[in-house]
Design a protein around this ligand. Structure first.
Ligand SMILES: Cc1cc2nc3c(=O)[nH]c(=O)nc-3n(C[C@H](O)[C@H](O)[C@H](O)COP(=O)(O)OP(=O)(O)OC[C@H]3O[C@@H](n4cnc5c(N)ncnc54)[C@H](O)[C@@H]3O)c2cc1C
Length: 512
């Protein structure tokens, strides 16, 4: 093995993961002596769902030099300020998990500590009143952050909903312009080096051979290289996250263009609602052990807000991760690396996180084993913390109306999550461990939203007299409400500020 730089990279798969990887690698590593080839098969197709994202995607788009307004027009995108959870704690209950933050810290005194302290002294101001994103979402308003850190407007966090097929096409255009070579064809054989077991080349149905130094497996759930060839193994988390199917269909929108995803808890799973410019994406994610496919489809199609567009599609999956994300000279990204259900829109982020780590430790042709171990350790931690965050939604519930919810409410949970819940119950404290994805805002939104009660509060909150704390938080809520009222209407923002002129969109927003 030599320490020379890579000469060739082959990406197997042209779904969202494949084209994100191709565009990013071409942008950052592009040089004349490095060939990047992407193989995709129209016959196999892509999973074609995956339409809600989280704020880190902005950094990815910026890495690629993407103009945000152009991206919005090209992908039918809308803005997302967070997720509304309906019926998750019990029927008739709703809460909002916002991007951005809640309130402000006062020097060393954390906002959440003060909020818990006031609450325990009889103040009932909802947590959402301190979030510019939650307030704007309720009023279907949107704006990009502005004005610096002294105004709530400077703390707006946002992401997008977009058409997954259009996003892959958009990235393909970027990647091809940056020099990526696209090959259409089905991989039918994989050749390994007899001595090292490294992947030497893949062979297409046409007989063409594609050799490379580094292979990136973006082949979807099948994990053509990482699993079928290198047998990396799979750690199954189905006992904690039993949903293993989804039925998805789009419909026409009725009502205003909301800047958030909605997740509604149902009999044996939950249903998403993702508003795009030209349609609304809907899907029912459920556990096959508790609900038949027919019943899921019926539940989905009878709850749509407008006429159905196309026919419902059934998708099957299992929750878990590859035991190794990087094995030998192959790195798995996207669905090939594992899957956590789309409740918090984390899959596309995991692709991005994998790309970012790969770029931090681009291998030479020697493939340093310590790099591989580090990559696997970091991605394992990333998957596990997202897993815990997802389990929290299902486990901390009062729902007792079906065997599905009974099971989730009473099942044993990972120790790491049990510890976080115990800390919250005792002190109201939430924390972001190492550089995990979800922030304090997210943990607090869901811990509180799912009905967990804090018995105490952070002692740091005693650093201010109670009356002063009340006055300060009241002022924060007033300023946040005033700032939210200044924000433009979401549909207007898309039209006027992003130049969206799609007739299907204009028709729906002008008539709603
Ligand atoms: C129900 C559901 C809802 C989801 N919602 C969200 C969401 O809201 N937000 C989010 O972030 N993520 C979501 N995801 C995940 C998201 O869809 C995926 O992470 C994303 O689309 C990436 O998929 P992929 O590119 O890894 O795989 P795929 O889209 O399956 O692409 C695989 C590619 O590999 C190619 N391929 C496979 N085998 C071969 C072969 N033998 N030869 C050649 N080519 C081959 C295929 O042709 C295709 O191009 C959701 C997933 C599901 C199942």
């Amino acid at each position: 093995m030599t320490h020379e730089p890579l000469r060739s990279i082959a990406i197997i798969g042209g779904g969202t993961a494949g084209w994100m990887t191709a565009a990013a690698l071409a942008r950052v590593l592009g040089r004349p002596d490095l060939t990047i080839t992407l193989v995709e098969s129209e016959e196999i197709g892509t999973v074609g769902v995956g339409e809600a994202t989280i704020p880190p995607l902005l950094a990815f788009n910026s890495l690629l030099g993407i103009d945000e307004d152009e991206f919005i027009r090209a992908t039918g995108a809308t803005f997302k300020l967070g997720i509304e959870f309906v019926d998750w704690l019990h029927h008739g209950h709703r809460y909002f998990h916002p991007f951005g933050n809640y309130g402000v810290d006062f020097g060393p005194i954390p906002f959440d500590g003060l909020w818990h302290r006031l609450r325990q002294n009889g103040d009932n101001t909802p947590l959402e009143d301190y979030s510019i994103c939650a307030l704007a979402a309720r009023q279907t308003r949107f704006d990009r952050p502005s004005g610096g850190t002294n105004t709530p407007l400077g703390h707006i966090g946002y992401a997008f909903h977009f058409d997954a097929v259009r996003y892959a096409a958009f990235l393909r255009d970027h990647a091809e312009k940056a020099g990526v070579i696209r090959k259409e064809g089905k991989v039918t054989q994989v050749q390994q080096d007899g001595e090292t077991g490294f992947i030497a080349s893949v062979q297409l149905a046409s007989g063409e051979q594609i050799a490379a130094d580094l292979f990136i497996d973006c082949s979807g759930f099948r994990g053509l290289l990482i699993d079928q060839t290198l047998e990396a193994g799979f750690e199954d988390w189905g006992h904690w996250l039993p949903n293993d199917r989804a039925v998805a269909v789009a419909c026409e929108r009725s009502g205003p263009l909301t800047p958030y995803t909605r997740s509604t808890a149902r009999e044996a799973g939950w249903q998403w609602r993702i508003p795009l410019q030209h349609r609304v994406g809907n899907g029912y994610v459920y556990a096959g052990a508790h609900l038949s496919d027919e019943a899921a489809e019926e539940a989905l199609t009878t709850s749509l807000e407008g006429p159905m567009l196309g026919t419902p599609r059934l998708l099957r999956f299992r929750a878990g991760r590859r035991k190794s994300f990087w094995a030998k000279n192959c790195i798995a990204l996207g669905l090939a690396s594992g899957f956590l259900e789309p409740l918090e829109s984390t899959s596309i982020h995991l692709v991005q996180a994998g790309i970012a780590r790969l770029l931090e430790m681009v291998p030479t042709r020697a493939f340093e084993p310590a790099d591989i171990r580090r990559y696997n350790r970091l991605m394992t931690a990333e998957f596990a913390s997202i897993r815990d965050f997802l389990i929290l939604h299902f486990h901390a519930t009062q729902r007792a109306d079906t065997p599905y919810w009974d099971h989730l409410r009473s099942m044993p949970i990972p120790d790491s999550l049990a510890e976080r819940i115990a800390i919250y119950r005792a002190t109201g404290r939430v924390f972001r461990e190492a550089d995990e994805l979800f922030s304090k805002t997210s943990w607090l939104a869901v811990m509180h939203g799912q009905g967990l009660q804090a018995a105490g509060y952070d002692p740091l909150a005693d650093g201010m007299p109670l009356a002063e704390a009340q006055a300060r938080l009241q002022r924060v809520a007033q300023v946040t409400a005033a700032a939210a009222r200044q924000m433009p209407d979401h549909a207007d923002f898309l039209r006027r500020r992003c130049g969206v002129s799609d007739p299907a969109f204009l028709n729906t927003v002008l008539t709603s």
